[in-house]
Ligand binder design. Structure first.
Ligand SMILES: CSC[C@@H](O)[C@@H](O)C(=O)COP(=O)(O)O
Length: 343
């Protein structure tokens, strides 16, 4: 299947209803490949190895994975084993646990023979809800962007984003990108500075692909360029997604987000975090309590691009995948309930 170049659901049930189809994001933007997941183990590999990624989409994939596990074996012990397998696939995005818990809540009270159907139905509902949440975030974000644009109506609104918090990271629309898509569709002139987002380059590879497909003017920049652009007055707002917001409002997101928040603060650029309630974690007190995924150093020492991978150093590399932006650096949280200054 070839993408139409515009957003669509990034996870779907297979035609027979017994599995889930995802885009293999490792191949984007060079190839658009849909992959069928047929078991909890398939879902776990797809999440762990980042065929699929982004907090809400990780949750949706895990939900279908648990439903597939129940179709194979609906017993309590099988449910517990597959829950643990999927939960360990990636540690940072709280949507993973949230979605798995919703499947357990829906399935466990039922007779074993009814559990798989209930789990699939709940996974479908998680996906439908994610789309609605992102649309609501988009509507509130559009109002916010209109207000910002009114300050300088003579020029396009420049938004900087980090990583990929678009439709590829969610079921559809994205969190950080939903306001951008709605603004563009409403005729508001927006231009997006896209952080390339080393080491895996989700910005250059995925966000740019999305924005190009939707016709949104954008420019890819190195991760180090944002502070300079802010100092020059070339950024009107930063909007990022998040993998987990702690009870105190600290924001865990892709490594490098914190530096953007610091630069934004120093240059009086508003820094917004877009999130659905499924990414808020009241059980994690502060950002210091969020488990930060340490990924292989090879993601740093080798860079993937068109035509393959090239090695950039023979030295050892460290690769923390996320960082924490303290709540004090956040101007506002863009949620399905509106723009709020505390979560
Ligand atoms: C709406 S997704 C928000 C975040 O999950 C996203 O920006 C991000 O950091 C994703 O990290 P990734 O490691 O690519 O899964």
């Amino acid at each position: 299947m070839i993408l139409e170049g515009i957003h669509q659901r990034s996870i779907k049930r297979t035609a027979d209803g017994a599995g889930a189809c995802i885009l293999d994001q490792r191949e984007l933007p060079w190839a658009v490949t849909w992959v069928e997941l047929r078991s909890a183990r398939d879902a776990e590999i797809a999440i762990r190895e980042m065929w699929t990624r982004g907090a809400p989409l990780i949750g949706a994939t895990a939900a279908y994975g648990l439903a597939m596990a129940l179709a194979e074996d609906g017993s309590d012990s099988a449910l517990a084993a597959s829950y643990a397998l999927l939960l360990e696939a990636r540690p940072t995005a709280v949507n993973l646990k949230w979605a798995l818990d919703k499947i357990v809540e829906a399935a466990r009270p039922l007779p074993v023979s009814d559990r798989a159907a209930a789990a699939f139905a709940r996974a479908d509902a998680i996906c439908d809800e994610d789309v609605a949440l992102n649309q609501a975030i988009g509507q509130h974000g559009l109002a916010m962007l209109r207000t910002l644009h009114a300050q300088h109506p003579e020029r396009p609104l420049n938004i900087l984003t980090h990583c990929n918090a678009g439709w590829l990271a969610t079921v559809d629309y994205g969190t950080a990108t939903a306001p951008i898509y709605l603004a563009h569709d409403a005729g508001l002139p927006v231009h997006v500075w896209v952080d390339e987002t080393r080491p895996r380059n989700q910005g250059a590879l995925l966000t740019a692909f999305e924005l190009a497909g939707h016709g949104v003017p954008h420019t890819v920049i190195t991760d180090n360029a944002g502070g300079h652009l802010m100092m020059r007055g070339q950024v009107d707002a930063v909007i990022v997604g998040t993998d987990r917001v702690a009870a105190n409002g600290d924001v865990c997101n892709k490594i490098g987000t914190y530096l953007k928040a610091l630069a934004a603060k120093d240059n009086a650029v508003p820094f917004y975090v877009a999130l659905p309630y499924t990414t808020f974690d009241p059980d994690t007190a502060t950002g210091a309590d969020v488990p930060i995924e340490e990924r292989p150093g090879e993601e740093v020492t080798w860079v993937a691009g068109e035509g393959g991978r090239i090695r950039v150093t023979a030295s050892d590399a460290a690769n923390p995948a996320f960082d924490v932006t303290p709540a004090r650096l956040v101007t506002g949280y863009l949620t399905e309930r509106g723009l709020v200054d505390r979560v």
